[in-house]
Design a protein around this ligand. Sequence first.
Ligand code: PMP
Length: 429
Amino acid sequence: KDIINCKDLFVGLDTLVPNTNGENVRYINFDNAATTPPFKEELKVLENYMNYYSSIGRGNGYKAKISTEIYEESRNRVKKFFNIDNNDSYTVIYGMNTTGCMNLLANTLIDDKKDIIIATRMEHHSNDLPWRRVGTVKYVEVDEKGKLKLDQFETLAKKYAGKLKVITVSGASNVTGYINDINYVARIAHKYGAMMVVDGAQLVPHRKINLNKKNFEEEIDYLVFSAHKMYAPFGTGVIVGKKTPFIKKDSSMPGGGTVDIVGHDRVFWLDPPEKVEGGTQNIVGVLALMISMDEVEKIGFDLMEKQESLLRDHFTDEIKAMKNIKLYYDTDEKNRLGVCGFNIEGIYHEVLAEYLGKDCSIGIRDGCFCAQPYVKKILGIRDQDTFVLAYDKTLKSPGIVRVSFAPYNTISEVDYCLECINRFISKKR
Ligand code: PMP
């Protein structure tokens, strides 16, 4: 019944891990919204590259030239992935992860604490706190199903016109999987003279994003994502976006590799991207990311989406039929990633998550997924009621259990997970 079977392409999917009975069983990874395993092809390419291991930059040796070439070529590869390889107004900047890149972007685009940024209540902390640090953030609220109240973008933009600098929104939520209408939001941003930033950490690995605007589409100024959610190793984040603000502003990541001339009291910066990529760069991570993009394109977003939607709908249909289950997403919404949040009434989220992890060797996640304001909203918990948690560590924090699918997951894995949840429920009865 599966649409694709691409398990063999990934590393570590047949790893055996011990369960509570001491048996070694195959680990099932349903925590893909946190991190995805890399492709085997990356290991092959990296093993070969290790023979040329060397720093990029001004090294004159053969190996340094190879590294530098790969690193620079990768920027075009990334641009091609988003169909903007012919557009020189965009640059590709590497950082550590989405969080690091979002901080870099916030520091670059915002000049004054009074500058207004519109974000949403749906955001991951990494697309909220960096903006709070440098400016004043206003929030678009979500409805009772957790969906963005789209009309509030224009209401807020109009209210703060003149001071509004940036609208930032997640391409897709890591809690509910909802995919947001980023073209609509970008239109509002540009109408009111602001720049449009998209947190693509969840969307980029699962849907084709075309930054080369077509008819009726609006330009996205910045797209940010992490390689480790995109089937490549940890340690690489990416900003794809407009060069100009990085040219105008001093580097917010100053250091080695960012400057042309350094005088005793004067600095001449290099152009972006070098200007904001301080220090020795992660060539291994960038090379792996290029290979993962090749592999993703070989499988094809179309088939990946179909497989993930199949798993999502199968899981939803089956779990919906179980007793005392509460789902935290609109089950009729099809414009959604394979991210399914739920709870069993009367059961603390961590208890079920631990059972699935330890007894069933299924990797899932529970809690607030670094999106506390959003999770509190959809759980119907007042913000201030959770502040006591900061002082009393014996209290239990609210949360949700989340399964998140990738294209290599299968229907039989979902069935096994459902069987385990059923077993857990009967044990508790
Ligand atoms: N934004 C979203 C929507 C995410 O899901 C995540 C990771 N959970 C991040 C940002 C942060 O990514 P990273 O941890 O790689 O910085």
